[in-house]
Design a protein around this ligand. Structure first.
Ligand code: HEM
Length: 235
């Protein structure tokens, strides 16, 4: 099967992504130690865990603004790439889920072929929209308020008080953790387990040419019999 290379991830996106990933992983580990100090001691003592947590929080908040300004003022592709269309929500998410949870294990081609102007499938779009427009901003905002309880006392009270803030922050953190595991697993479902991760380092993604036949079958009958799809593709 022939392959071709496409440039998918510009440098600012890759810098943001790995800075953000490092920050979120550090936040999850230090956050777990801060929340369960009697059971967990990953970073030596409690004070170090808090210091690392606050530093990683600032890294994530600052890198978020890099992502936001790059996609709004730089490439101006934020809605095109991150906001799912009606067809994405109506059919696309189901079709992609069927591929991830079923067709992938029959060696069927991914129904979505990434291009620089449409690099996310409908499931990625919906997930990244929730992560980047709700979870990351909210976990950062509640974190910044919790780091500055005395100077930002008025704002803390306006936000519903300390208890609510801690609860909201923890809920967001758990949701981000759950996303992290799912995200990393789904990134391994490329034509090789590291294909997508490699492209997030180099910017270049290797795409397989599946040819018209498989493409037509998939577009026409997304939930077609996998045996049929495979035969068609190889002929
Ligand atoms: C160590 C952990 C991580 C790994 C190995 C990883 C891997 C990847 C890979 C391979 C891609 C490109 C393919 C794709 O879109 O699926 C990607 C994209 C993306 N990841 Fe991650 N990721 C990690 C952590 C995170 C975290 C913590 C977040 C957010 C909180 C995140 C958010 C995103 C977003 C929004 C994209 C699309 C970026 C763009 O092209 O605009 N990732 N990730």
């Amino acid at each position: 099967m022939s392959k071709h290379m496409i440039y998918l991830h510009p440098t600012p996106v890759r810098i943001w992504h790995w800075l953000n990933a490092l920050g979120i992983v550090t936040l999850c580990l230090t956050g777990a130690q801060i929340r369960f100090p009697e059971y967990l001691n990953i970073f030596g003592n409690y004070r170090t865990a808090v210091l690392l947590h606050n530093t990683a929080g600032l890294v994530v908040a600052i890198s978020f603004s890099l992502w936001f300004f790059y996609y709004t003022l730089g490439s101006r592709k934020i809605t095109q790439l991150y906001v799912p269309g009606v067809d994405d929500l109506k059919r696309g998410v189901l079709r992609q889920a069927f591929f991830y949870f079923f067709l992938y294990f029959f060696g069927c081609p991914n129904p979505h072929h990434a291009t620089p102007d449409s690099k996310f499938n409908p499931m990625q779009k919906s997930a990244y929209l929730a992560i980047m427009f709700v979870l990351v901003p909210l976990v950062s905002l509640t974190g910044i308020l919790l780091m500055n309880v005395s100077p930002l006392r008025e704002l803390v009270i306006m936000a519903g008080g300390l208890k609510l803030l801690v609860g909201l922050h923890f809920l967001m953190a758990c949701s981000l953790c759950a996303f992290l595991f799912t995200h990393v697993y789904l990134t391994t479902l490329g034509h090789t387990p590291l294909a997508h991760t490699k492209s997030m380092w180099t910017g270049w993604e290797e795409e397989e040419d599946h040819g018209e036949e498989a493409e037509k079958v998939h577009q026409a009958k997304p939930l077609a019999d996998p045996a049929l799809v495979r035969v068609k593709a190889s002929s």
